[in-house]
Structure formats: structure tokens, C-alpha cells
Design a protein around this ligand. Structure first.
Ligand code: ATP
Ligand code: MG
Length: 401
């Protein structure tokens, strides 16, 4: 992007946290974030993204408000501001600041003076004024036309006019919104999330993404006990999550043969735990294919019979990889709140049965023992069941909605 010497309106400054900006990580972090931002903004025309020492500057010539809103879903961005870019000269900064302030005040009710300050950050220390001098310079120029609506308050401002002076550009903004936080998707590695149609596992996937995992999805399906419409629901769930990462691969694994074999040979109370152990094994194979280093589930301690400490131990023991359970200490109400905020809740509550309800035991074991699981599995051809499920995998690449 070539930066003109004039004023650029319709910029968005996206800042990221400092912790990762050390050593080798810095380059990787910035590159991934830039890729992810570009992918998120692909549907928008007239957008240019540039990197600017510890922040990204997005120029949105069309629909800047929608672009800014889209950036709120990109992990790794700590905060963002709709901004103006100007030459780093005091006069130019003050005149852009006056415009930004006019706009900000036009959007606020006129019901008493607003605590206000100008806040300058200079990364260009050769700038001829100190930060405080420039703050005073700008405030003296922008405040007089609005004297009745503003009162200076340096410690508890409600409206802060931000000025960020850099070597060849200064940015001026009147708003600072929180970003999605977390780490750019893909900086930590890849995960496979066991995705049911419920409320919990989509939230778990989102949390893993937030911490920098790119997530592939795996859902078990028991046709004809569970109909094709449940696949549509799963696809819709992944589409809802596709706001948060650039690539979204969903696997369906056939699970009927596994469930029938367990029904026919295992003690009834152990069925659910044994289903879950088979899910772990198949998921481990999918993870190998996806070069993923961890599995993710929506399990939460004590939420249902299969999620007691003992049963989670039995389930986890069948996995060939670490199992991340981001919701492990969440209350259901906390998960629901998060599901609403991230946009998966409305899809999750559509009534569709999950395969775990097939041949569901009347009295599931509460404190399962690993020994009993292994005894029951000795009567199954575990390897062949896993192989068959892997051979029957169906893959769907889901596009964002
Ligand atoms: P969810 O809301 O995710 O269904 P839940 O609290 O209802 O979670 P369970 O239904 O007992 O709990 O499932 C526990 C976890 O096992 C799920 O969060 C999910 O990770 C995994 N799981 C359950 N059923 C399936 C399935 N059919 N396909 C893939 N994973 C599943
Ligand atoms: Mg469920």
C-alpha cells in the first residue's frame, strides 16, 4: 500500500499484545495474524492491510464499520480503533483530531460535560515535541469549539482522543474497542475437536481457537439411527465457527458398527464410556491425518454421568494424544452464555439427536474402572472397528456463512 501524504480516513488500527513479540515468535505471530486478517476480510472489496511495527493498519475504502466489526472476530487482536492517518506534523494531527472529535461528539447525547483527555504515544522519539507538549497542543486546538461539552480529566476520561505518532505516519482515533484477544489461529498448532450437535463442544472448539489452535472437526454419526438432518446441523455449527478461523474441515465418522458391537458384548452401564473411548481412538487417527497434536472435547466435570473424574480418566486413557477440555470447570450457564456470544447457541439448540442416545444405558456407570473397560473391549475387535470407521470417513470443507 502506498501511503499518500494527505489524510487517510477509513483506517482501522488493530493492536496486538506485546507478550508474543519477542525473538523468533514475533515474525510467526505477525505473519499468521496478517494471513488470518486477510482471510477474514476476503469478502470485502477495497481493503488493504499493512503491517506497522506492532500493529496492523487496515484501509477500508468501503463499509469501514463492517470491516471493523469483522476484525472483532480475529484472534490475536487485543484492541482496535477506527482511525485517521496523517503526516506526523503537529498541525496535521490537530486538524485530524478535530474531525475525529466532531464525529465522536455527534454520536453522544448532549447531557452534561464529558470527562475528556488527549493521549499521545510516540514511537518516533525524534518528533520535535514531547508527548505532553503535543497533548496540550492538540487539546488547545480541538476543545474550544466544544467547550461546553467537555471537561479535561486526565485520570478518568470517558472520551479519549488517541494520537499515535510513528516515523512516517500519525494515527488519530476517538474510540478503542476490545478485540477478540487470544493468539492468532494456527500459531500454537492444530487440534481435532470432537464435535457433537450440543451446546458445549462448539464453545470448546472456539476456546481452543482463541488460544492459537487451528481446529479440524470430527463428528460421529450413527446412520440409520440418526438421520441425515443431523449432518446438516453439524455443518451449520461449523459454518457458525468459521467466522473465527480461515479453514474449516469437518469429518463425519460412521459409528453404527461400533455402537452395535458394544451393545452386543459389553455390560450395559459401560456403553457410554466405551463409546467415548472408541471416539478417542478414531479421533487420534484423524488427528494423525490432520497433523494435529491434541484433541478437544466439550466435557465438563460432573455435568453428566460420563463426565465424572473416574469416567473422564477411562475416556482419556484411550486417546493417543493429550485431550484438551476447555470447559472442564465451567458451569453450564457459563457455557450457554459463551455459546450465545459466539453465535453457536441458536444452531446447537435445534432439536437433533446425538449418536450417544443410541442404545443409551438405563443406568450408566458413574465411577467406571479402566480395568472393566479393558475387559469389555477384549471381547471386541477394537482395531478392526477403528480401521473401518477411518475407512468410512467423509470429509466436508465448510465455507464461512
Ligand atoms: P455437547 O454439548 O458438546 O454435546 P455434552 O455436555 O452434551 O456436550 P456429551 O454429549 O456427554 O456432553 O459429550 C461429551 C463430549 O463428547 C462432547 O462435548 C463432544 O466433544 C464429544 N461427543 C459426544 N458426542 C459426539 C459425537 N456424536 N461426535 C463427536 N463428538 C462427540
Ligand atoms: Mg451432547
Amino acid at each position: 500500500m502506498t501511503v499518500s501524504s494527505g489524510v487517510e480516513a477509513d483506517l482501522i488500527v488493530a493492536r496486538y499484545g506485546e507478550i508474543w513479540l519477542k525473538g523468533k515468535n514475533r515474525h510467526e505471530f505477525e505473519r499468521k495474524l496478517l494471513d488470518n486478517v486477510r482471510a477474514a476480510l476476503r469478502p470485502f472489496s477495497g481493503v488493504e492491510v499493512r503491517r506497522d511495527y506492532g500493529q496492523l493498519v487496515v484501509h477500508a475504502s468501503r463499509r469501514p464499520a463492517a470491516v471493523a466489526q469483522r476484525l472483532e472476530d480475529v484472534f490475536g487482536i487485543a484492541s482496535l480503533s477506527p482511525a485517521r492517518g496523517v503526516e506526523p506534523r503537529a498541525e496535521a494531527i490537530a486538524s485530524a483530531a478535530a474531525q475525529a472529535l466532531d464525529e465522536a461528539l455527534a454520536n453522544r447525547p448532549d447531557d452534561g460535560p464529558i470527562p475528556f483527555r488527549v493521549e499521545v504515544r510516540r514511537s518516533d522519539k525524534t518528533f520535535p515535541m514531547t508527548s505532553m507538549e503535543l497533548e496540550i497542543f492538540v487539546a488547545e486546538r480541538v476543545m474550544p469549539p466544544h467547550a461546553s461539552r467537555l471537561k479535561v480529566d486526565l485520570t478518568r476520561p470517558e472520551l479519549t482522543l488517541g494520537v499515535n505518532v510513528r516515523l512516517d505516519r500519525a494515527y488519530v482515533f476517538a474510540e478503542r474497542r476490545p478485540g477478540a484477544g487470544g493468539l492468532p489461529v494456527g500459531t500454537i498448532g492444530r487440534a481435532v475437536c470432537l464435535l457433537s450437535g450440543g451446546i458445549d463442544s462448539p464453545v470448546a472448539a472456539w476456546m481452543a481457537m482463541k488460544r492459537g489452535c487451528s481446529v479440524a472437526f470430527l463428528s460421529f454419526h450413527s446412520y440409520p439411527y440418526i438421520g441425515e438432518s443431523s449432518k446438516r446441523k453439524l455443518t451449520n455449527l461449523v459454518r457458525a465457527l468459521a467466522r473465527y478461523q480461515p479453514r474449516n474441515r469437518l469429518y463425519f465418522a460412521p459409528f453404527t458398527a461400533v455402537q452395535e458391537a458394544i451393545r452386543d458384548t459389553a455390560p450395559e452401564p459401560y456403553r457410554t464410556v466405551l463409546y467415548r473411548r472408541m471416539m478417542q481412538r478414531i479421533a487420534t487417527r484423524v488427528a494423525r491425518r490432520e497433523k494435529a497434536g491434541v484433541l478437544v472435547t466439550g466435557e465438563s466435570l460432573g455435568q453428566v454421568a460420563s463426565q465424572t473424574m473416574e469416567n473422564l480418566t477411562c475416556i482419556g486413557a484411550a486417546s493417543g494424544l493429550p485431550v484438551l477440555r476447555p470447559l472442564i470447570c465451567f458451569d453450564k450457564t457459563e457455557t450457554i452464555e459463551r455459546a450465545r456470544a459466539i453465535g453457536t447457541y441458536d444452531v446447537s439448540i435445534q432439536p437433533e439427536p446425538d449418536c450417544c442416545t443410541v442404545f443409551q444405558p438405563a443406568r450408566p456407570v458413574i465411577r467406571g474402572s479402566l480395568e472393566r473397560c479393558e475387559e469389555a473391549e477384549a471381547r471386541l475387535d477394537v482395531e478392526a472397528l477403528v480401521e473401518d470407521a477411518v475407512a468410512g470417513l467423509e470429509v466436508v470443507d465448510v465455507e464461512a456463512g
